[in-house]
Design a protein around this ligand. Structure first.
Ligand code: DAT
Ligand code: MG
Length: 151
């Protein structure tokens, strides 16, 4: 939908590797609107809550440790079909399966260090945005260029 929002986070490896600007650039150049952003060092409790749906999977403990291993850049991006199209910009979960031209296809090698998170549906987007940001931290604003991007 037109004003759909997705939670996108640059994971600790993406921050360490200097890929913050690259990630922002891909979403920004596509035309999406950044409505919230902050750097935050998640606790393992926060990481476990974020990946709640994967509790019980064998890789869950390692995933939680990885996500809490350093600061992340948490963002909310807005625009037409940003959840589904954002997932395309990220590429497949396993970087070896990710198409060249996607962030994971271009910048990483293994599932355990896949640099970025993106909401996979409207329910998870709402849960994740609510978990990481308050309503007031999400700025509803228009850009004068919007009518050159969306019609
Ligand atoms: P995605 O991050 O593409 O939404 P997911 O939600 O299925 O993928 O899993 C969340 C993260 O957990 C993923 O980015 C990396 C890790 N992960 C998923 N499947 C894994 C596996 N089979 N082995 C190791 N780590 C895995
Ligand atoms: Mg997921």
């Amino acid at each position: 939908t037109g004003n759909e929002r997705s939670f996108i986070a640059i994971k600790p490896d993406g921050v360490q590797r200097g890929l913050i600007a690259e990630v922002i650039s891909r979403f920004e150049k596509k035309g999406y609107k950044l409505v919230a952003m902050k750097m935050i060092w998640a606790t393992e409790e926060m990481a476990a809550n974020h990946y709640d749906d994967l509790k019980g999977r064998p890789f869950f403990p390692a995933l939680v440790k990885y996500f809490a291993s350093g600061p992340i850049v948490a963002m909310v991006w807005e625009g037409p079909d940003v959840i589904k199209t954002g997932r395309k910009i990220l590429g497949a979960t396993n970087p070896q399966a990710a198409d060249v031209g996607t962030l994971r296809g271009d910048f990483c090698l293994t599932t355990g260090r896949n640099i970025i998170h993106g909401s996979d549906g409207p329910e998870s987007a709402a849960h994740e945005i609510g978990m990481w940001f308050t309503e007031k931290e999400c700025s509803a604003y228009s850009r004068s260029i919007d009518s050159w991007i969306v019609a």
